[in-house]
Write a protein that binds this ligand. Sequence first.
Ligand SMILES: [Zn+2]
Length: 180
Amino acid sequence: MDKVSFPRSCPVCGDEATVFTKMIISEKKEDPARPYTNPRISGFGKTRFGDVKTRTLFIPTCEAHQYTDEGENKFKVLCTLGDGILFSILFISFLAAGENLWLGRGLPPYLFGLVLLFGIFIGLTVFAFRPPKVFQAIQVVGFDSDFKHIWLNLENEAYRLEFFQKNRMHAEFVRWIKRA
Ligand SMILES: [Zn+2]
């Protein structure tokens, strides 16, 4: 796993890679309520409850497809906050509009603007939380408890071939069988 080297081309578009994208793999927290259902715990006994192991991969990508989480988290927080605030305003406006309707005054025009704005914010939020293209091109399917082996799903076929040529000694094709 430590010896693995990624091709010097972008996994998304195949262009020459000039920058790196950091990919952090982390082990999911085990369910402490059911410790014996997971062979990783019962078999090796190395995983302590609550410990989350991480390993960082540096993947060469082109500048256009480089992904950094700088700013991204702020964007997510802003979107979520915006959704919450707008929803509150919208809720109160709907109450007020209901009263207006009750009094026979018709709907206030700003209500449509608010609904539109809320829609835009929801759209932005979906956009903010989508997985970046690099992580769609290189998906981590699984890994063993010491990160010695890692299963990758490489979307791009040319990239996959190059990857295996570069890592002939350490990589092998694995037919991934889902555990039932
Ligand atoms: Zn690219």
